[in-house]
Ligand binder design. Structure first.
Ligand code: FAD
Length: 713
């Protein structure tokens, strides 16, 4: 605040001096021309003083965005000559511009971001990528006034240093032209004659030159990426998709639908992680665990409770049965029926257009293809903790086979990692009868959520009997014991089964990326169109990130497939604005868009509306009253910025908000929609009702009350 006041005071002082001392008269063409002769004499006697005073005045005028910079530039030529004048003005104008830029930033930017933060995000993202190019073009195109560019850029997140060097460079030619005109002051009679249309045109061309340069660099980069490879003259396929998980299946499906010749290669099981080791088995297990819990707590429903027996082989057999029941959706037969050529085997890129497939029967097939989509998924991260190799750890990839071989639920289970997967498994196994300890290094489980949400998740786990050790770092595994540390204190967690669920990393190695020179350390670099550094090799799903979710994978698959097949005509930027995510605890934890933490971190202003599920008739009838609907809206508007729902069926409830956000429907529209009674979905309408209630027009209602009084006589 003090900074803002100081800036405003300095601005006021400069403006007061400008008008109070009548400086404006010198900053007209005629005023300056008349004064220059006198100044010349004074400059001859006191060169340092005049240079310093001129410099300071130039900085002050430009910093305060006062009119007169062009006149002063001419004066610099008249007084100091071309070289000195150009150097002086070049630095003074850059410093003045920098001060104006900072003033706008300190005084106005926060307020602007608080109001329009969400919309500004796209602009800032563009500036982060191409800020220097934009600014250079703006500086070269005279239609954009100098002071407007300074102020507008100050409102963005463009770094000051970039602003300064690009401004200095971008303004140099224009400055030199004006200073040069100033050296000929006697021969010109106004500002208008200084720059001819031809000169303006040249400046404009120079301004857009960097964009051509950028295109050229992109073209050269692509040529460099493809250098050394010979592009086939003809292609066997339009598209080869590597990996038949959610991303690969959808990519191949779309390609076949638009009649492209597409081959889908899968090394293991069709359906990938989601069907075989991820979403499907985990949700099947969670259902068994819920049933066990309902039996145990049947007294809530007036039924005699009973401690469930869990014949674990049968429980896992059911999980397998569920997978088998869903398998046909992702099967070879189905996809071949859709027109996809499905090959069971391991794919490896030989060059950017050739895929070698080692088929499951040992034979090899080579296919040339115009485009390739990498949909190879992700694999569990195993942290390098001493003793982990001999710890007998399981991951999402190995645990289902291990469980299938067990007669009983492991008595003591340690789960490393308090993200969605770790939390879901912890609650499920605790309900199935295991004594579960969840070890998480961060201070909260579900650490990306708001604190109240994370705390509720921890409480739900604790209620299920899970020992939640947050803020505990696993330091060692020794003889069936996980050793964790918190603030120097050691905790020993003995286990019969250990699950490592600390995250998943993109599967990037072993299928040719290294040989093609793509960086395989960490994440795969893709552009907004999901293309790698080879424009014809795209990626979708967990391998591309950033969301490791099945529906995000299918969503990306559309972009990857369309860009791969039609990108030469029109490319689409992957849109991640409305991606829902659900953690399948009981109650479920679901979110779309911003939560309070993200909004605050991004400087986006918001209002919060809450509706407690304990108020909902259906929830009361079902004794499922835990949770809330929390909606973040733009201040003063019903525009939804984000929604977090903790409730039974929260994942399903969220769909209405996902639709609303995707299509720009506000809370008023949800409030005006009929929801069946009694349903959990009514919670969405009631949350919208809470929002409306908090904004009822009190003054108008007072008048309406008076009207009713009058009507009664
Ligand atoms: C326990 C668990 C629970 C989950 N629960 C949910 C949930 O409830 N909701 C949700 O949205 N997400 C969930 N996920 C995440 C979800 O499973 C993934 O986001 C999704 O499977 C990603 O799909 P994908 O197509 O990118 O990769 P994947 O499904 O991993 O498919 C990649 C495929 O590529 C194949 N492949 C790799 N390399 C080659 C090669 N060189 N040649 C041929 N084939 C190859 C692999 O064999 C694999 O089948 C869960 C994950 C786990 C582990």
């Amino acid at each position: 605040m003090l900074k803002k006041l100081l800036i405003l005071a300095a601005f006021a002082a400069v403006v007061a001096a400008y008008f109070g001392l009548g400086l404006g008269q010198y900053l007209t063409f005629d005023g300056m021309k008349a004064a220059v002769a006198g100044w010349n004499a004074f400059y001859a006697e006191n060169p340092a003083l005049v240079l310093a005073a001129f410099f300071a005045a130039y900085v002050a005028v430009t910093a305060a965005s006062l009119p007169g910079a062009a006149i002063m530039t001419l004066a610099a030529g008249a007084l100091f000559g071309l070289v000195t004048g150009t150097i002086l003005v070049s630095f003074a104008s850059t410093i003045g511009a920098g001060l104006a830029f900072l003033s706008a930033r300190y005084v106005l930017r926060d307020g602007l971001e608080a109001r329009f933060g969400e919309r500004l995000r796209a602009i800032n993202a563009g500036l982060e990528r191409d800020g220097a190019f934009y600014l250079f073009t703006l500086r070269m195109l005279p239609v954009f006034p100098f002071f407007v560019v300074n102020l507008v850029m100050g409102l963005t997140r463009l770094p000051l240093v970039t602003f300064l060097w690009v401004s200095q460079l971008g303004m140099l030619l224009g400055t030199a032209v004006y200073v040069n005109a100033g050296t000929q002051l006697a021969r010109i009679d106004g500002l208008s004659g200084i720059v001819s249309p031809a000169l303006l045109g040249s400046f404009a061309l120079l301004g857009i030159a960097p964009w051509f340069a950028k295109l050229l660099i992109g073209w050269a980069r692509r040529r460099k990426a493809y250098a050394g490879f010979t592009r086939p003259k003809r292609f066997d396929r339009n598209l080869v998709v590597i990996g038949a998980g959610s991303a690969g299946l959808v990519s191949a499906y779309i390609a076949a639908t638009v009649k492209a010749k597409v081959t889908l290669v899968e090394a293991h099981a069709m359906g990938g992680d989601c069907l075989n080791t991820g979403c499907v088995p985990s949700k099947a297990l969670i259902k068994s665990a819920r049933v066990a819990e309902q039996m145990r707590r049947a007294d809530r429903y007036g039924i005699t409770p009973t401690e469930p027996q869990v014949p674990f082989r049968e429980t896992i057999a059911r999980v397998r049965h569920v997978i088998r029941a869903i398998e046909p959706h992702d099967s070879v037969e189905r996809f071949e029926g859709l027109g996809v050529d499905v090959v069971q085997g391991y794919a490896r890129m030989v060059d950017p257009w050739t895929v070698a497939i080692t088929r499951s029967d040992g034979t090899e097939q080579r296919l040339t293809t115009r485009s390739i989509i990498l949909a190879t998924g992700a694999e569990p991260i195993v942290p390098p903790i001493p003793g982990i190799e001999g710890s007998g750890y399981l991951t999402s990839e190995t645990m289902w086979d291990a469980f299938a071989a067990m007669d009983e639920v492991p008595a003591r289970m340690a789960i490393l990692g308090g993200g969605p997967i770790g939390c879901e498994l912890a609650q499920a196994f605790a309900r199935l009868g295991a004594q579960v300890t969840l070890v998480e290094a961060a201070e909260k489980v579900l650490g990306r959520e708001d604190d109240e949400v994370s705390d509720l998740a921890a409480a739900v786990l604790t209620e299920a009997g899970v020992a939640v050790l947050t803020g505990h770092r696993a330091t060692q595994f020794e003889g069936g014991v996980l050793v964790a540390e918190r603030a120097g204190e050691q905790v020993r967690v003995p286990y019969d089964a250990l699950i490592v669920a600390v995250g998943r990393r993109p599967r990037l190695t072993g299928f040719g990326l290294e040989e093609l020179g793509v960086d395989v350390d960490g994440n795969l670099a893709t552009d907004g169109f999901l293309a790698t550094r080879f424009p014809n090799i795209l990626a979708a799903g967990d391998v591309a990130g950033p969301y490791q979710l099945t529906h995000a994978a299918s969503h990306q698959a559309w972009y990857a497939a369309v860009n791969a097949l039609f990108g030469h005509l029109k490319k689409f930027t992957a849109d991640y604005r409305v991606i829902p995510q659900v953690t399948f605890l009981e109650p479920e934890f679901a979110r779309v868009g911003l939560n309070e933490r993200d909004a605050a971190a991004q400087g986006i202003a918001f209002e919060v509306t809450r509706y407690g599920i304990d108020d909902l008739d259906r929830a009361i009838a079902e004794s499922e009253t835990a949770g809330f609907v929390k909606v973040l809206t733009a201040p003063g508007k019903d525009r939804i910025l984000g929604v977090t729902i903790v409730a039974a069926h929260a994942g399903d409830l969220l769909a209405e908000y996902v639709l609303a956000m995707k299509h720009g429907l506000g809370l008023n529209k949800i409030l005006g929609t009929i929801h069946s009674y009694p349903t959990f979905a009514e919670a969405n309408k009631f949350a919208a009702g809470q929002w409306k209630l908090a904004r009822k027009p009190e003054k108008l209602l007072t008048w309406i009350e008076k009207y009713h009084d009058w009507r009664r006589g």
